[in-house]
Write a protein that binds this ligand. Structure first.
Ligand code: NAP
Ligand code: G4F
Length: 348
């Protein structure tokens, strides 16, 4: 049985990837951060008590800021594959916390690679690594962007991801380590964090439709993104590690839409006109914006036989339908006299 170690298993992609790998009969180990409240909601449905002889998902406390801990986890788990998905992944937050973002996203990636490098020397085992790069690395480079497009990053987050990308390239060349760089364009789902724009919109659609919320405050509606479905994208992470050699791959749909188009499609799905509910708030604008991301996934299609299955309209419908159900549950609580907060919506 192959063993995979997922750093960032509690995030959107980590949850989909864990499910995908369990279905492929992997033993899956995940690194979680200690928090004052439970933070494993996205993977609770996959978890079994470790005393159960059939348990194949195991969790370990760790953090990208703690290299010693990462080394101990490697020794304990002895993984065949490592997926580095851990990150402070919010672009706007990276302007508020640039040092922290650089430490976790840039230097944290280096800490993990160093731990693996030493582990390989001592154990003589074979480990393949996936490094979560981002289309944000392209920044202001003209679309369409592909593997050969020069990076022009426009945020502390994107610059830190560029560092991670180049650490991967350097460790691949210098130490012959198998590290694949995935350059993934935006991917969304019902598990998407509530402060990213798609989920912020679809949650608001459900709540507005049921009278739980009056207004939705957003920033720049003109930015264009190449939005795909996270469930489709975790498959290609795995495919990169099954490939004959470590390489860099752009993962995208090849279709871009503006935030306004996403907004319109989401509100129309429940029969509402977004213009009646949306207001612009300067606090959601970034000091430097990435205007147009549109990926060319030809290399992944050709070398990994991968293509996305869920369309833009399918993605919008999936997310709105999910968040309508969530709003219905919320309304039941409100009608029964409970107070329900709007956690996450304020700072998105
Ligand atoms: P996400 O939902 O924000 O999940 C991030 C994960 O990283 C969470 O499990 C989080 O733990 C963990 N994490 C945060 N700080 C950490 C630290 N100091 N040490 C270890 N783990 C830490 O992000 P995602 O959407 O799943 O994205 C996965 C990866 O792909 C990220 O690296 C992201 O930057 C990158 N990416 C995402 C997209 C996209 O569109 N989704 C596109 C390109 C690249 P907590 O749950 O405890 O916060
Ligand atoms: O949903 P977003 O916050 O995603 P962004 O900045 O594109 O980053 C996401 O995708 C990257 C891949 O390209 C990942 F690497 C990264 O980790 C993350 O997953 O914002 C999308 C667009 C931006 O142009 C933003 O300015 O939506 C615009 N926007 C407009 N109003 C808003 C809002 N974004 C947020 N989060 N909240 C708003 O109210």
């Amino acid at each position: 049985m192959k063993k995979a170690l997922i750093n960032g298993i509690t995030g959107q992609d980590g949850a989909y990837l864990a499910e995908f790998l369990l279905k492929k009969d992997y033993e899956v180990h995940g690194i979680i951060r200690r928090a004052s409240m439970f933070n494993t909601q996205r993977i609770d449905h996959l978890y079994r008590d470790p005393h159960d002889p059939n348990a194949r998902l195991f969790l370990h406390y760790g953090d990208l800021s703690d290299g010693t801990g990462l080394r101990r986890i490697l020794e304990a788990v002895q993984p065949d594959e490592i997926y580095n998905l851990g990150a402070q992944s919010h672009v706007k937050v990276s302007f508020d916390q640039p040092e922290y973002t650089a430490d976790v996203v840039g230097t944290g990636t280096l800490r993990l690679f160093e731990a693996v490098r030493d582990h390989l020397k001592n154990s003589k085992s074979d480990i393949r690594l996936y490094q979560a790069g981002s289309s944000e690395m392209f920044g202001s480079a003209a679309p369409p962007q592909l593997e050969t497009t020069a990076f022009e990053p426009r945020s502390p987050y994107a610059i830190s991801k560029v560092a991670g990308y180049w650490f991967a390239r350097n460790y691949r060349e210098a130490y012959d380590m198998f590290i694949a760089n995935g350059i993934l364009f935006n991917h969304e789902s019902p598990l998407r964090g509530e402060t990213f724009v798609t989920r912020k919109i679809t949650r608001a659609v459900g709540r507005i439709k049921l009278g739980l919320q009056d207004k939705l405050f957003l920033g720049n509606l003109d930015a264009k993104r190449d939005w795909g479905f996270a469930g489709d994208y975790v498959e290609v992470m795995w495919k990169m590690l099954q490939h004959s050699e470590p390489d860099d791959f752009v993962v995208a749909t090849g279709e871009a839409h503006s935030v306004r188009e996403f907004l319109e499609a989401a509100f129309i799905h429940v029969g509402l006109d977004f213009k009646k509910y949306v207001e612009i708030d300067q606090r959601y604008f970034r000091p430097t914006e990435v205007d147009h991301l549109l990926g060319d996934p030809s290399k992944a299609a050709e070398k990994l036989s991968w293509k996305p299955k869920v369309s833009f309209q399918g993605l919008v419908a999936m997310m709105v339908d999910h968040d309508m159900e969530q709003a219905e549950r919320e309304k039941l609580l409100v009608d029964a006299g409970h107070k329900v907060g709007q956690e996450g919506v304020a700072n998105g």
